[in-house]
Design a protein around this ligand. Sequence first.
Ligand code: NAP
Ligand code: ZN
Length: 348
Amino acid sequence: MKTVGYAAKSEGAQLGEYTFERRDLRDNDVEIEILYCGVCHSDIHTVRNDWGGSKYPVIPGHEIIGKVVSVGENVSKFKEGQLVGVGCMVDSCQQCESCKEGLEQYCENGMVGTYNGKDEHLGGHTFGGYSETVVVREKFVLKVPENIDAKGAAPLLCAGITTWSPLRHWKVKKGDKVGVIGLGGLGHMGVKFAAALGAKVVMITTSPGKSEDAKKLGADEVLISKDEEQMKKHTGSFDFLLNTVPVKHDLNPYIGLLKRDATMVLVGAIEPLEEMHGGLLITKRRNVAGSVIGGIPETQEMLDFCGEHNIVSDIEMIDMQNINEAFDRVTKSDVKYRFVIDMKSLKN
Ligand code: NAP
Ligand code: ZN
C-alpha cells in the first residue's frame, strides 16, 4: 500500500516528502494510522550517519502513537479504533534466550529496528513513524492507556522505556540518590521515573538555565557539571547514575560521583568513548554499564505505570514541515523536552 512520509535521501540531507510502500496486512499484523510521532536524537544520528551504516532513504521515527485501522485474522489483542504505540523494534527472532525472556532488544539474531532495520517482507530496510501509516506484527504493538494524553505519550515509546528499563534493572528504590545526566528527551523522563520510584533525584546538567525546569520535573537538586566545586561536594555519594549524554565525552568526572559498588549506566553515547581512569573504578569497585531501550513486556509495564501515575512527556508539538528546524534545535539542546510531530500536518 502506498504511504506518504518524510525521508532524508542521503547522508545529512534535509527531510522532505517521500512516497513509499508499506506491506499488506498479514494474519498476525496490525495496521496503524499514525497520529503522533516523537523526535528522538537517534533519528538525527541516523539521518546524519553519525554511527555509520545508515541506509537511505531514511524515514525516521520510533515513538509512534496511532489508532488501529485493521487487524489480521490471527490478531487477538487489538481491535479497530484502539489507541496503540510502537517503539524502536518491529520484530525479532522470538526463538533465542533473550527473546524468550522478553528482552527482544537483545535478540541474539538481531532485532528489527522500526527504521533502518532489515525488512524481511519487502526487502531493503524498514521505514519509521514519520509517515501516515505503519503495519506491525501484533507482538510489537503496545496498548496505550486511554487516560493519558496521547501526544505526550509518544516519547514514552523510546525516551520513556530507555530510562525506565535501567532504573528497574538496577533496582532503583525509595531513598536512593540517583543522578540523571543530561536534561533532554531521555533525561527528563529519567527524572520523572526516578522521582516516581521514590528516589532522591539530582539533575546533572551542563545548562544552568534548565535548573527550574529540572525541579518542576521532580529533581530534588540540580548539579551543574561544569562547576568543579559543586561536583566535588557530591563525590562518592550516588547510588546510581543514568547518563544520557548523546556524544563522546569524559566519563571520569561522573564516575567519581559514584559510591562504592554503585553503577553508572550509559544510554546516550553509542560510540567510542574517551579514556576511562581504571583507578576510579578499581578503588571503589564501581561499575560502568550500558543499556538499550527495553523489551516489549517491560515497555507495556512502563506504559501501564504511566497510566496509573499519570506520567507523560513534556512536549512541543510541531508540523511535519518543520522537522528540519526541529532537528537543528535538538542538536543545540534547545527543546522542552521532546518534539512530537502532529501527523495530520502531512495532509496540509
Ligand atoms: P537530547 O534530547 O539531545 O538530550 C541530550 C542532553 O544531553 C542535552 O539536552 C544536554 O542536556 C546533554 N548534553 C548534550 N551534549 C552534551 C555534552 N557534550 N556534554 C554533556 N552533556 C551534553 O537527546 P535524547 O533524545 O535524550 O537522546 C540522548 C542520547 O540517547 C542520544 O545519543 C540518542 O541517540 C541516545 N538514545 C539511546 C537509546 C538507547 O536505547 N540506549 C535510546 C534512545 C536514544 P543538558 O543541557 O542538561 O546538559
Ligand atoms: Zn529513540
